[in-house]
Design a protein around this ligand. Structure first.
Ligand SMILES: *Cc1c(COP(=O)(O)O)cnc(C)c1O
Length: 459
């Protein structure tokens, strides 16, 4: 059948118009949604209609229904969690990726998008200073990137211990010890649960949340069997980096696999000014990072990188008579999914658009804006920045916990800027995470003013 060109055109025109309206609103709109989920649901809920509707009308219906419930995450005044906006080239490429609808699991079947991802993968290894020939897989996010790297690690350390994981599974296998820093991200624990490895052993962290190398050495002293050490590049409260070089040396001396969770922080390696934070990172065995955070491509896009392809492909590869495998290796052998969106395409577009210098400038700008926010906060009476601002994260307290929570709640209610509350090192904090390419000096200034107003209102 001939595709209904007119119907596509009408739907895409409406989508483009509504997207443009949304993007144009970001400069001035308050960051938080105007309505909450329960109230939106009352309007949208109901039985599935028997009769369908026109495609363009559905796009409009959707945009109307959702608009009051949108958080302005792509705004330069959004500093919540660790999120990041979307660069124009990434958004354009993402739209094309949807239109092309390439199931990018097999090289033979979808060569166009697969080679774009292969090139993007090589550029990422080069930018981050990771070993040539490492496998790069595009997954949904940092969680699955951690899962993928740790799965390869589990495969390798059990093989080293003489255990055939593929045939026998985990039942009866030698215990795999997993050592993590006290302030690793929760998704590391989640990935270990997916992998049947249970709770990790916790190694002490210092006042910035960095794993303490001496404590790791002590923890490793009695270790003999299969072991994984999971390090962090970028602590979500402080932005701090574990002592990657020393910790990797200690772990490798025990034959352990080293995985690095660098969801947002690994990109420091792409900046000559900040690369010192990731010194030694290239010596690890696997790495997890997100493109949808620091690199500012749309959700969902994480990147799993594994130095040695063999254990990864044994962990993730599969074979069936109806696949058409390529000798060069297929994307499906490097990620948990078989069918998969070509989510590496927006990554290629971002890298191609910014170039090496542009990526470094992006990372530097995020860090510089975090420093500017921190110095702005420090100038507010009673405010105290708790972390050394080495990268993109700022943790601030405003006296005791109750007062910090009250100030944070007022900042959120004001809506000019969005910074979430948290608890760090036994204190309530207001966190600001600078992850958006579009944040500029004016955004920083009005956001500091908003915090100043909140502090004044609390008194
Ligand atoms: C965000 C984050 C993750 C999880 O990544 P998702 O993309 O949300 O799955 C893991 N580790 C760190 C340090 C993070 O900041």
């Amino acid at each position: 059948m001939a595709l209904p060109t007119e119907e596509y055109e009408a739907a895409l025109d409406r989508a483009a118009t509504r997207a443009r309206e949304w993007l144009a609103s970001l400069a001035t709109r308050p960051v938080p949604p105007r309505r909450d989920a329960d109230s939106l649901l009352q309007d949208l809920d109901g039985p599935l209609p028997d009769e369908g509707s026109d495609a363009a009308a559905v796009v409009d219906m959707l945009a109307d229904a959702v608009e009051p419930g949108l958080m302005a995450i792509p705004s330069g005044r959004f500093f919540g969690w660790v999120m990041g906006g979307t660069l124009p080239a990434a958004l354009g490429a993402d739209w094309l990726t949807s239109a092309w609808d390439q199931n990018s699991g097999l090289r033979y079947a979808t060569p166009g998008t697969v080679v774009v991802e292969e090139v993007a993968g090589r550029w990422i290894l080069d930018l981050l200073g990771l070993p040539d020939g490492a496998d790069v897989g595009f997954v949904t996010g940092g969680t699955m990137a951690n899962f993928t790297g740790l799965a390869a690690g589990r495969q390798q350390v059990l093989t080293d211990a003489g255990w055939d994981l593929d045939r026998r599974g985990l039942t009866g296998a030698p215990r795999v010890r997993v050592l993590v820093g006290a302030e690793r991200h929760v998704t590391v624990d989640l990935a270990l649960r997916y992998l049947g490895l249970g709770e990790p052993e916790v190694v002490a962290a210092d006042d910035q949340g960095r794993l303490v190398a001496d404590a790791l050495q002590e923890a490793l002293a009695g270790v003999t069997g299969p072991t994984i050490v999971c390090l962090q590049a970028g602590n979500l409260h402080s932005g701090a980096f574990d002592p990657l070089e020393t910790a990797t040396t200690l772990a490798h001396a025990k034959g352990a696999w080293v995985h690095v969770d660098g969801a947002f922080g690994l990109w420091a390696a792409a900046s000559p000014r900040l690369a010192h934070l990731t010194a030694g990172v290239e010596r690890a065995d696997s790495w997890a990072t997100d493109a949808h955070k620091t690199l500012n491509v749309p959700y969902d896009c994480g990147i799993a990188i594994v130095a040695r392809p063999e254990p990864l492909r044994r962990a993730m590869g599969s074979h069936a008579s109806y696949f058409i495998p390529d000798e060069a290796g297929d994307p499906m052998d490097k990620v948990p999914e078989l069918s998969r969106r070509a989510r590496g395409v927006p990554v290629w577009a971002t890298l191609r658009c910014l170039g090496r210098a542009g990526i470094a400038a992006l990372v530097d700008r995020l860090a510089a804006n975090a420093s500017a926010l921190a110095s702005g906060f420090s100038g507010i009476d009673g405010a105290e920045v708790l972390n050394d601002v080495v990268f993109t994260q700022v943790c601030c307290a405003f006296g005791d916990d109750a007062r910090t929570r009250e100030v944070t709640a007022r900042v959120l209610a004001d809506g000019t800027a969005w910074m979430s509350g948290s608890q760090w090192r036994a204190r309530a904090v207001m966190r600001a995470s600078v992850s958006n390419w579009s944040t500029d000096d004016a955004d920083v200034a009005v956001s500091v003013d908003a915090v100043r107003r909140a502090v004044a209102a609390v008194g």
